[in-house]
Design a protein around this ligand. Structure first.
Ligand code: ADP
Length: 575
C-alpha cells in the first residue's frame, strides 16, 4: 500500500516535471531563436538601406565594384548590385560576368516592385542558409546576403545549454518529488495501519497527527471516531456488567436462546437449577428437556410475542412459571419462576377453606333444621321468639350458602372437580337454562327469553360439561334477576366467534359503573355490599363462573352501561 501510493505519486510528479521541462525547452528555445532571427533581419534591412543610399549618392565617386567591396567588408555580408533587368552589375564575391540573371529571385522581384524584399534559403553554390535583403535603387536594386550558419551554431549551443539546465532542474525536481511522495506515503501508511488496528478491536490506537492539512484532518477524524467508539464500547460493557449482576442476583432463572435454539447466556440461578449446568452455544434441549418450556421458547421466537406456560418436568416435583419474551435480534429470553412454594401455600389455603366449609356444613344444617322446627312449633302470636327464630334461620341459611359456594370454588380452583367435557349443542345449553329459570323469572315479573338471531340451532357444538355450564348460567341469570330486575326482561343468546361460541346473559337494569368491571370476577367483590347481602348474595357467584370457564379453556367478561343494563359474555371452545 505504502509503495502503491509512493509509486503513483512519483509517476504523477514525473509526468508533470517532464511535461514542464519539454514545454520550457520548446517555448524558450523557439522564442529565443525567433527573436535572434528578427534582430538579424532588422539589422540587415538597415544595412541594405544604407548601401542603397550609398549607391545612389556615391555612383560618380566610386565604381559599383568598389562600393560593393567596401560595403561587403563593412557589413560582413555579400553585396550584389543588379540593374532593373536583373543582370548583375557588381558583386563582392564573384565576377558579374559569371553570374546569372537575378530577376526571378524573390527578394529582387519584391525590390523591382518598389518594396524591400527578404528571403531566406540555402545557397545553391555553397550549400549554407542565407538571409537575403534587397532594396530598390534607381535603375536596379542592391542586395545584402548574410550567412545564417553562425546563427544556427549559436542556436544549437543555446539549446544544448537549455537542455542541460532543464535536465538538472528535472533531477532536482525528481529528488524533491521523491521526498514529498515518500513523506505523504508514510503519513497515509500510518493512518492505514492505525485504522486496521482499530478495525481489529484495538480501540485505544491513535494516529496523533499534528499537521492541520487534509491528511492531518482525516487522521484527526479517525482518532475522534475511535475515541467515541471506545467510550461507547466502555459504556456498553459497563451496562452489560450491571445487567449481568442484576440478572445473577435475581431469584428467578433466566436463559437466553438464539433463533436456532442455541443457549446464548444463562444467569447463576439457572446454572444452579440444572445439575449439569447450562452449556453455552449448545442446543437448549441439552440443558432443559421440559416439552412445555421448549414449546414456549420456540413459540416466542417464531411469533415474536411474549408466551407463558407452566413447566413441571424441569426439576422433579417442582413447578415453574415460564415467561418467554422475543429478543430484538431473534431468539428469546425465558424467565423461570419457581411456583412450588406458592402453589403449596395456595393449596394449603384451598384445603383449609374446603375443610372449614366442610366442617361447618353439618352444624349449620343442624342449626337451620332446628330453627325451622322451632318456628313450626311456635304459635303465630309468639313474637318476639318467632322473630328471633326467623333471624337465626335466615342467617344460618346464608352461612350455609356461603360454605357451599366456598366449597364449590375451592374444588373448581384446585382441579378437584372433574369436568365431563363433551361436544354439546349451544341451543341445548340455552334451552336448558331458559326452562329452569323461566318460571322463577315470571314470578319476579320478568320476561326471560332466548334471542332468535343468530339461530342457536345453527351454531357449531361446543366442548362443555353440561352441569358446570348450567351452574354458570344459573349464577348469571340469578344475578340478572337480583340486580337487573328493573329492566323487566332478560335475554339469553349465543353467536359464533373464532374458535368458539360466545354466550351472553343480558339484562336491562341499573347496570354497573365501568370502574367495577375489571374486579367483578374477584371473590367477595361486590358493587353494593348491602344490596348483595340483602338479596342473599355471597359475592362468590362470578368467581365460581370464572373458574369454571378457565377449566373449560374459555373466558368470561362483562360489559355494562349505567342505567342501560349489563351483559355477561362467556366463550366456550369448539372441538
Ligand atoms: P353476589 O353473590 O353478591 O351476587 P357475584 O359474584 O355473583 O356475587 O356478583 C358480584 C357483584 O357483581 C354483585 O354483588 C353485584 O354488585 C354485581 N353484579 C353481578 N351481576 C350484576 C348485574 N347483572 N347487574 C348489576 N350488578 C351485577
Amino acid at each position: 500500500m505504502r509503495n502503491g501510493i509512493f509509486l503513483k505519486l512519483m509517476a504523477a510528479f514525473l509526468i508533470v516535471i517532464l511535461a514542464a521541462a519539454v514545454l520550457f525547452d520548446l517555448m524558450l528555445g523557439g522564442a529565443w531563436e525567433a527573436s535572434l532571427r528578427s534582430e538579424i533581419e532588422r539589422n540587415l534591412i538597415q544595412k541594405t538601406q544604407l548601401l542603397a543610399h550609398r549607391v545612389e549618392t556615391d555612383r560618380s565617386g566610386h565604381s559599383l565594384a568598389d562600393i560593393a567591396a567596401q560595403e561587403a567588408q563593412a557589413a560582413g555580408a555579400r553585396v550584389t548590385i543588379v540593374d532593373s533587368a536583373g543582370n548583375v552589375l557588381a558583386d563582392s564575391e564573384s565576377s558579374p560576368a559569371n553570374m546569372e540573371n537575378h530577376a526571378t529571385s524573390p527578394e529582387f522581384a519584391a525590390a523591382f516592385s518598389g518594396r524591400i524584399g527578404t528571403d531566406q534559403r540555402r545557397s545553391a553554390t555553397i550549400g549554407i542558409p542565407f538571409l537575403y535583403v534587397a532594396v530598390p535603387v534607381s535603375g536596379g536594386a542592391v542586395r545584402l546576403a548574410y550567412p545564417l550558419s553562425d546563427v544556427e551554431a549559436v542556436s544549437a549551443q543555446v539549446r544544448r545549454r537549455l537542455e542541460m539546465a532543464s535536465g538538472l532542474a528535472f533531477l532536482f525536481a525528481l529528488i524533491v518529488a521523491a521526498i514529498a511522495s515518500n513523506w505523504t506515503a508514510r503519513r497515509l501508511g500510518r493512518i492505514v495501519d492505525v485504522a486496521a488496528r482499530i478495525a481489529d478491536g484495538e480501540l485505544q490506537a491513535r494516529i496523533l497527527e499534528a499537521s492541520q492539512d487534509e491528511i492531518g484532518r482525516v487522521a484527526g477524524a479517525i482518532d475522534k471516531t475511535a475515541r467515541r467508539v471506545e467510550e461507547s464500547f466502555a459504556a456498553v460493557v459497563s451496562s452489560q456488567r450491571q445487567l449481568e449482576t442484576l440478572l445473577n442476583s435475581m431469584q428467578d432463572a433466566v436463559i437466553a436462546v438464539s433463533d436456532d435454539g442455541l443457549v446464548q447466556w444463562a444467569n447463576r440461578p439457572m446454572n444452579r437449577l440444572v445439575p449439569q449446568g447450562t452449556r453455552l452455544q449448545q442446543p437448549v434441549v441439552e440443558t432443559i428437556r421440559d416439552p412445555d418450556f421448549l414449546a414456549t421458547v420456540r413459540e416466542a421466537t417464531s411469533t415474536h410475542e411474549v408466551k407463558t406456560a407452566r413447566a413441571t418436568s424441569i426439576v422433579p416435583g417442582r413447578t415453574f412459571d415460564v415467561t418467554a419474551a422475543p429478543l430484538p435480534g431473534g431468539g428469546a429470553v425465558a424467565v423461570l419462576r419457581d411456583l412450588t412454594e406458592t402453589e403449596r401455600v395456595e393449596k394449603t389455603r384451598r384445603d383449609f377453606i374446603a375443610n372449614v366449609s366442610h366442617e361447618l356444613r353439618t352444624p349449620l344444617t343442624s342449626i337451620q333444621g332446628y330453627a325451622e322446627t322451632l318456628l313450626d312449633s311456635t304459635p303465630e302470636n309468639g313474637a318476639p321468639t318467632r322473630e328471633f327464630l326467623e333471624i337465626i334461620r335466615k342467617n344460618s341459611a346464608r352461612m350455609s350458602r356461603l360454605t357451599e359456594d366456598l366449597l364449590t370454588l375451592a374444588r373448581v380452583e384446585s382441579g378437584e372437580t372433574r369436568f365431563d367435557v363433551e361436544p354439546v349443542s349451544p341451543a341445548e345449553l340455552l334451552h336448558d337454562a331458559e326452562e329452569n329459570f323461566r318460571e322463577i323469572a315470571r314470578t319476579h315479573g320478568i320476561d326471560l327469553r332466548i334471542q332468535d338471531s343468530p339461530i342457536p340451532e345453527r351454531l357449531p357444538p361446543v366442548l362443555a360439561d353440561r352441569e358446570a355450564i348450567h351452574q354458570v348460567f344459573s349464577n348469571l341469570i340469578d344475578n340478572a334477576l337480583k340486580y337487573g330486575a328493573s329492566g323487566g326482561r332478560i335475554v339469553l343468546g349465543a353467536r359464533a366467534v373464532p374458535h368458539g361460541v360466545e354466550f351472553c346473559v343480558q339484562d336491562f337494569g341499573a347496570g354497573i359503573a365501568s370502574e367495577h368491571l375489571p374486579r367483578l370476577f374477584e371473590r367477595f367483590y361486590r358493587v353494593d355490599k348491602a344490596r348483595s347481602r340483602e338479596s342473599g348474595g355471597t359475592g362468590l357467584g362470578l368467581a365460581i363462573a370464572k373458574h369454571i370457564m378457565l377449566a373449560h379453556g374459555g373466558s368470561i367478561r362483562a360489559e355494562s352501561e349505567l342505567a342501560h343494563g349489563s351483559t355477561f359474555l362467556f366463550t366456550l371452545p369448539t372441538p
